[in-house]
Design a protein around this ligand. Sequence first.
Ligand code: GZL
Ligand code: ZN
Length: 301
Amino acid sequence: AAAEPTKAEKKEFTYSTMTMCYPQLGAESDWRTANTASFKETAGELGVRLIFSDAQQKQENQISAMRACIQQGVDIIALPPVVEDGWDAVLQEAKDAGIPVIIVDRSVKADKSMYAAHIGSNMVQEGEKAGNEMNKLLPDGGKIVELSGTTGSGAATGRAEGFRKTLNKNIEIIDSQTGNFTRAEGKPVMEAFLKKYGKDIKGAFIHNDDMAIGAIEAIKAAGFKPGDIKIVSVDGTRGGFQAMVDGWVQADVECNPLLGPQTMELALNILNGKPFDAETLTKEEVYYPDKAAELLPSRKY
Ligand code: GZL
Ligand code: ZN
């Protein structure tokens, strides 16, 4: 048999010889579908073989998809974790199989030695930005509600934590429920809040545009006008921009889903033993109604 190639002779990976596993968490929001499109389009453009699956927001489905990829002997796994906990075993299995893992978007609670890198947002900072916006919208204080994202997700935990760090003391969060990042679940949560608190509600911190759009349907149905309830949302999707144009949302904290190109580049560097950043935080702005109409056509998701 031919001699085993030495380390130096081991072939360099190129995009077209790389197989990446992307066990996507679901299709719950416009953000998520844009994130999926970014990975599929980038893989198509670069010639990367992408093993894609949709876990319908269930961690056990993500874990079994990862195990199938490990069996298949993929070169690298990019994991967008639905929740922070419960990854130790499968990360260990990937490590034992010599398959590097990149954590994409949300965070995991695992020892940093269990994965190669993270690329995504600083969710706590997103929450802090949202708190600053709410302070500007309610200078005299008041009672607000919170529609939080998926329970246990790094996005929901971080946003809630950051928001409470910067929110002024004269603004009181009188209730908080999860709408699981979906329109369908955001609406009934806001309906229940309106039934319970009515006109006491002066504002709402909503962890993503999809839940905000659902909540706005309930706010409209209850007879409120745009601006009666000051809404700070997150993501900066077209839906969020439209809600700002229509006057229902007063600030939208951007959260960028288009992580495909950077993740593919990161993967190649990891596989080729090139230098790479263990943490890549996406640059994100806050958008307001006065620019929303002008910017809407240029929004890529
Ligand atoms: C945040 C991402 C969140 C979005 C939601 O980076 O994980 O999940 O804010 C999406 O729209 O469902
Ligand atoms: Zn973000």
